[in-house]
Write a protein that binds this ligand. Structure first.
Ligand code: SAM
Ligand code: ZN
Length: 184
């Protein structure tokens, strides 16, 4: 993940009400006069439901086979400077494309902006030719929450991870190894 990371700094405009899915017609959700109140058009095979990890999560409605694309991240294209301005949010739904541009999934997202972090993820993110793709790490069955390892986000390195995985490392961000200092 690039330094303007995914989901970490996503703003917490949390959705209220019943879960919605790409198969149920994408109901209107959220506050009036906001992007959240627009119809959320979910990527095929995904649904948004309450997560056992944090808030809401992105779930598989259909099987996704190992190494296959799950969906592409969608959102408003913003500069990384603007991404940093939005980074104070409790929940981050911003994903960097490169060292200049990011996508903010909280505006125009397709459900992938609800993908939570897990230290034992079943998917990963791959950026190719300016497209941010989620790929299955293993076979994912309908009903499973889709998760990735955020690795690096705009959150503080102290932001606690609550994924609950047996091998949870304790923080959302991966700690960077200190560069070796050669003794002279
Ligand atoms: C892209 S959102 C994921 C959807 C979010 N659960 C929601 O309801 O909007 C990313 C945000 O969710 C929270 N989050 C996701 N995974 C987490 C985890 N394993 N531990 C703690 N917070 C997490 C963090 O606040 C992060 O900025
Ligand atoms: Zn964890």
């Amino acid at each position: 993940m690039l330094s303007v990371p995914l989901c970490p700094n996503s703003v917490g405009a949390s959705l209220r009400g019943r879960p919605f899915s790409s198969e149920s017609g994408a109901p209107t959700v959220g506050r009036p006069n906001s992007y959240e109140s627009m119809k959320l058009k979910l990527a095929p095979g995904l649904s948004i439901k309450k997560s056992t990890i944090e808030g809401r999560g992105c779930f598989a409605e259909t099987p996704f086979r190992r190494r296959r694309k799950i969906a592409e991240y969608a959102g408003e294209k913003i500069s990384n400077a603007e991404a940093n301005r939005r980074a104070g949010r409790e929940r981050l739904r911003i994903c960097a494309i490169n060292n200049r541009w990011s996508l903010d999934g909280s505006r125009g997202g397709n459900g992938t902006h609800y993908i939570n972090h897990s230290c034992e993820p079943n998917a990963f993110m791959k950026i190719t030719s300016g497209h941010i793709l989620f790929i299955a790490l293993r076979d994912i069955e309908p009903g499973e929450e889709i998760t990735i390892d955020y690795e690096s986000t705009l959150h503080s390195n102290k932001k606690r991870c609550i994924c609950g995985a047996p091998s949870c490392r304790g923080t959302i961000n991966k700690k960077r190894k200190k560069p070796r200092v050669s003794a002279r």
